[in-house]
Design a protein around this ligand. Structure first.
Ligand SMILES: Cc1cc2nc3c(=O)[nH]c(=O)nc-3n(C[C@H](O)[C@H](O)[C@H](O)COP(=O)(O)OP(=O)(O)OC[C@H]3O[C@@H](n4cnc5c(N)ncnc54)[C@H](O)[C@@H]3O)c2cc1C
Length: 314
């Protein structure tokens, strides 16, 4: 379906309070600061509008993707010829429960972590430096420094490709390393509940500051990236394999392997999406030659790319 044949009028009818933007540059919505235009960029105002929009897009088989803060996303240079549904602050309701929060998918994970600290609730300090939305974190089972969403997430409200909204709880979410049932089965997360434990606000703040300091020391936070480019292969560390293959500082166009943390590819010179993709493929090939380990990207791709990646058939 070509962008100019997308049913913009119908979409405008559904998103009465939200917004529709045409040919929206995705570079504005990704932490890589890279990406061509989305034919349609839709911002629902709340869960109800989001559910109606997604039910329509699924029912009409219109190509679409839901994105949060774009912090784990590489969008191709030519962009996306479909509807990008953005869950941002319009989808960011937050309600307190007795032992935690109910959060909208667009709420920022770092802000949720801060809200927990202020209430003296422990369990989300690990998430304070992860620059994703709550929904993106649920899908990816985001984690850091020994914690992950799986430890605190009790249930999510999702919408499936049949347009029906349902609740998935506990084991039903099948949260595993950077994966979930929602990701595998293409569910969109609308909101979710985290359960935390009583803690001391000052101690939690101290822990968060220590973790932030670790990130500042070890990660290239001043340059656009999508965090760790690759998943951690079992029994190894991606960053170590990459630096052992002498790839620190390796460059294609404006993309380079960070000299501070080889696990990050950074955009340090107006990189194109294809530069990043080619560098990912080059790192995969070189690390495989040197160690026999195939690195699987953690970063998600949207749109068409010329450079193929190495894959394990599952
Ligand atoms: C500097 C930096 C540091 C990082 N550190 C970490 C870290 O320590 N640990 C870690 O796990 N990650 C880290 N990340 C990666 C990233 O922040 C996480 O993966 C985060 O969970 C992605 O959330 P997002 O909202 O940005 O998702 P997006 O990038 O917008 O989307 C990622 C994927 O999730 C899907 N998605 C997003 N929202 C929804 C939804 N509501 N329903 C269904 N699908 C959805 C998208 O379609 C896409 O496939 C880091 C990134 C950066 C830039």
């Amino acid at each position: 379906m070509s962008g100019n044949r997308l049913p913009v009028r119908e979409l405008t009818g559904i998103l009465k309070a939200g917004g529709i933007f045409l040919e929206e540059p995705m570079a504005r919505h990704t932490s890589f600061r890279i990406g061509g235009p989305a034919a349609v960029f839709a911002e629902p105002a709340g869960e109800e509008e989001a559910a109606a929009l997604l039910a329509f897009l699924c029912g009409e088989k219109i190509p679409h993707i839901v994105v949060g803060n774009g912090s784990n996303l590489l969008v191709s240079d030519e962009g996306y010829d479909g509807v990008v549904v953005h869950f941002g602050k319009n989808m960011g309701l937050l309600a307190e429960t007795d032992d935690g929060f109910r959060a909208g998918a667009g709420f920022m994970l770092s802000a949720l972590s801060r809200a927990a600290q202020v209430r003296g609730l422990a369990g989300l300090a690990f998430a304070s430096g992860i620059p994703g939305s709550f929904g993106g974190a649920c899908i990816m089972n985001a984690g850091a420094y020994g914690g992950e969403m799986k430890d605190v997430l009790t249930c999510v409200s999702v919408i499936g490709s049949d347009g029906n909204v349902r609740e998935l709880a506990g084991e039903e979410m099948a949260l595993s390393y950077r994966n979930s049932r929602m990701k595998k089965e293409g569910y969109t997360v609308l909101s979710g509940t985290v359960r935390l434990t009583a803690g001391d606000a000052e101690e939690i703040a101290k822990e968060m500051e220590e973790l932030a300091e670790k990130r500042r020391e070890k990660q290239p936070l001043s340059l656009p990236s999508a965090g760790s480019t690759f998943k951690r292969p079992e029994g190894y560390f991606a960053g170590k394999l990459i630096s052992d293959a002498a790839l620190k500082g390796a460059r294609i166009g404006g993309a380079s392997v960070s000299t501070l943390h080889a696990g990050f590819i950074v955009n340090d010179g107006e990189a194109s999406a294809e530069d990043v993709r080619s560098l990912i493929a080059m790192v995969q090939a070189r690390v495989f030659e040197m160690s026999g380990v195939l690195l699987e990207p953690e970063v998600e791709f949207l749109g068409n790319f010329r450079t193929p990646l190495m894959e394990i058939r599952k």
